[in-house]
Design a protein around this ligand. Sequence first.
Ligand code: ADP
Ligand code: ZN
Length: 817
Amino acid sequence: MLHFIDVILPIPLQKAFTYHITEAESAFLKPGMRVAVPFGKSKIYTALVYTIHQNPPTAYEAKTIHQILDDSPVITGSQLKHWEWISKYYMCSLGEVMRAAMPNAFLIESETTISKNDKVTVDESDLKDEEFLIYEALQRQSSLKINDIVSILDKKRVLPVINSLVKKGVVNLQEELYEKYTPKLVRYVKLHHNHKSQEKLQELLEVLSRAPKQREVVLTLFTMEAALKKPIKVTDLSEKSGASSSIIKALIDKDILEEYHIQTDRVQFEGEGDADAKHLSDAQQKAYNEVEAAFQEKSVALLHGVTSSGKTEIYVQLIQKQLDLGKQILYLLPEIALTTQLVQRLQDYFGEKVAVFHSRYTSNERVEVWQNMLNNSEKAQVIIGARSSLLLPFRNLGLIIVDEEHEQSFKQFDPAPRYHARDAAIVLAHIFQAKTLLGSATPSLETYYNATQGKYGLVELNTRYNNVVMPDIELVDLADKYKRKRMKGHFSDRLIEEMTETLEEGHQIILFQNRRGYSPIIECTTCGTSPQCPNCDVSLTYHQYRDQLRCHYCGYNSLMLKSCQGCGNATLDTKGFGTEQIEQEVRTLFPEKKVARMDLDTTRGKYGFEKIINNFEQREVDILVGTQMLTKGLDFRHVKLVGIMNADNLLNFPDFRAHERSYQLMAQVSGRAGRTDLRGKVLIQTYNPHHNILQQVSTNAYKEMYAEQMDERYNFKYPPVYRLIKITFKHKDYNRVNLAADWYAKSLKQIFKANVLGPEAPPVARIRNLFHKNILVKIPPNQSLGKTKEVILRIDTSFNAVKDFRSVRVIINVDNY
Ligand code: ADP
Ligand code: ZN
C-alpha cells in the first residue's frame, strides 16, 4: 500500500500539498510534526504534517519528503482548528497563518551553497576577476553561502557570477538545511572529579597555597556549593570570589575545576512574584461579580470601565481564579501597550507563571515560550502577548482577556492573515470552551453593539478607582484665539496658563499631536509648489532634526531644499505642524523645563519606547510630547494636564470610523490626566468647538456618541450593521490597475448590485510606485457571509485566468479596519 501525507507549506498555496512517504514513516508521523520537503525547482521548506492517508494526488507525481524534523508534534489539534478558522474566515491560505504563527527559528529553510568541483582542473587564466575571487576563497573553505559571496564580491547581484562558474564546471551548487534555533547554554563549574575525595582535596589546597588567588576560588566554590545546594554558574563564582575569568579558565585547564553547560530559557523571571492581590473597592467587586454572573450565561463579556477605574486589578482576580482551576490565561494587548510597566505588575502577582510574547522578542526567545506552552509548563500559565500570541499552542485555556479591545491595531493589516485579534480570540476561546473578557474605557461600536444586542454580557464601571474625579475637559476655540492674537506658535494663552500653573505645582504634562516630524507640508509662497515623494502621491514631511524631507509611506528622504523646485525662489514655507515642532516650541516657551518626545522617530530600537516611559515615570521629564503612542493604557501617577494640540485633523480624516476613533483617542489621552488624587485637566484646541464629538468627549458621554454614530452606520450601511470586505488592487501601471479593478467590480455588481462601491482611488493613490484602487463589498445583515466569500473567490479565480491581470496584486481584506 502507498502512503502519503498532506502538508501545510508556509507560503500562499490554495491547497495542501501531497508527498509520498514510506510505511515506516507513516507509522511514525503525526499531524503537527515538521518535515522538510522539496518544493519548486530546488528549494526545501519546513512543512507541517496535516493529514496522513493513502490517496495519491491526481494532478502531479508526489515527491518524497526530505527529512523528518520532530519526534512529536509541535502544534496541537486545537491550534490547527483555530488556524483553519482564520484561514477560511479571512480568506487566506493555511500556510500564511502558519507563517505568521511559527517563530522563524522553527521554519528551517534550505540555503544554496557552492563548493569546489574537484573533478576538473581549472585553468585560472580562464576566470574573470570576480570568478577568481570566489575560486580563491574556495581553496581555503570547503563551501560558501550566497551571503558569503555577497560579501566577498561586495555586491548584491552575485547570481550571474555563480552561474558562469557553474557553467565552466568550476563549482557545484547544493541546497543545505540548517537549524535556526540555538539553545542557550549557561556555563557552570564544579570541582573536578579527581579531587572529590577528602585527601585529594587536602592535597590540592596545599598545592594551591602557592597560588592564593586560585585557592581563593576553590574555597569560594565550596562555600557556595554548601550554602546554595545548587549548580554554580561561572559568572556567579567569578563575582563572589573576585577572580577574573582567566583565573577560572586556568583552573579548568589544569583539571582542578570542571566546566559543564545547562540549557536554559533566555527570558528568566527573577523576583518574588508573591505580592498579594489588591483588595478590590466596592465598585470593583461589584463589577467582578457581574462579570462572573455574565459568564454563567454567555461566553463573552464586555467590561466597559472608564479610564483608571482599576480594570487591571479586576483582571488579576479573574486570572487568579483560573489558575486555581488549573487553567491557562491569555492576556492580549496591543503591541505598544505591552510595556514593562504592565508586565511587571502581573509578574509581581504571578511570578514565574507569566510568559511574555511579542515582536520585540528574538526568534529564539519565542521558540522557548512556544516549547514551554507545548509542554504546558508551569512557566506558561499566564501568557501576556500582542496579536500573534493567539496563534500559540495553548493546552488548557480557561480565559482570554482582550484589553483595550477597541484598538484598531488588533487588526492585522499586512501581510495575510489579515485577522482581527479580538474576533479571533473569541473563536479560540470557543474551541476551548473558555470565556473571553473584552475590556475598554471606549469600546468599539462593534463590541458595544454586540453587548446591547445581548450577544455579550455587559458590565459597566463608571467610577475611577479611589473616586478620583474624571478630568475637567475644556475646549479652546482656535479661530477666536488667532483672531484676538492670543496664540504663541501653536499654543493658546489658555494652554500656556495651564501649563505654567501645572509646572509650578510640580506636576507633569502630556501634549498630544497626531503627526510626527516638524511639518507635514512644505509650500512655496511664490508659486505654491510643494515637494512630493517621487514614489508616492503624498507631500514630503519636513524633519528639522535631520534637515530632511521624508515620505511617511515609503521612507524616501532627501536633504531639505534651499529653494523651490518650481520657481527657484528661496520662498519655501512650512504648513501644518508635527510633534517635532511642538517639542521645539515648548523648549522656547519653558526653557528651564525638561521635554521629551515619543513618536515613531524617537522609539526605534528594542528599548526606545521603554526608556522614554521610564524617564517620564521617574519624573526626569516634565513635559512629554507625542503621537497616539501616548494613549495606550499607560499609568502615569503625576500627570495633571493633557493638551490636545489640534483635534481637527483627527475629526476630518476620510474614513467612516473617523469620528468613533477621534472620540476613543481623545478620551484615552485625556484619561492619562489625574490618575491619583488630584483632578486632571484637559485642554482641547480646535477650530470646531461645537463639533458633537468634542462635546461628547468633554462630557464623557460615551453612550451619546455611540447612539449618534450608530445612526450614521444604519443610514449609510456600515459596520456593525453591515459587514465589509475591501478588495485592493495594486500595479505599477495606472491603466492596468484601472482595467483590472473595473473588470472585478463589474463582475461583483452583477451579483451584489448596489452593495458594491467603487472602484475608487484611496486618498494616497500611489505608494512605492504602485497605483492603488479599492472596491468595497457591503454585506447586509441577512446575507450569508460564507456565500458572499464563495462568490468573491469564484470571481477571483476567473480574474486570475485573464492573462493581462495576472500581474495585478489583489488583496482581500475581510472586516476591513
Ligand atoms: P484602568 O486599567 O481601568 O485604566 P488601572 O487598573 O490601571 O485602571 O488602575 C488605575 C490605578 O489605580 C492603578 O495605579 C492601580 O494600581 C490603582 N488601583 C486600582 N485598583 C486598586 C485597588 N483595588 N487597590 C489599590 N490600588 C488600585
Ligand atoms: Zn514615498
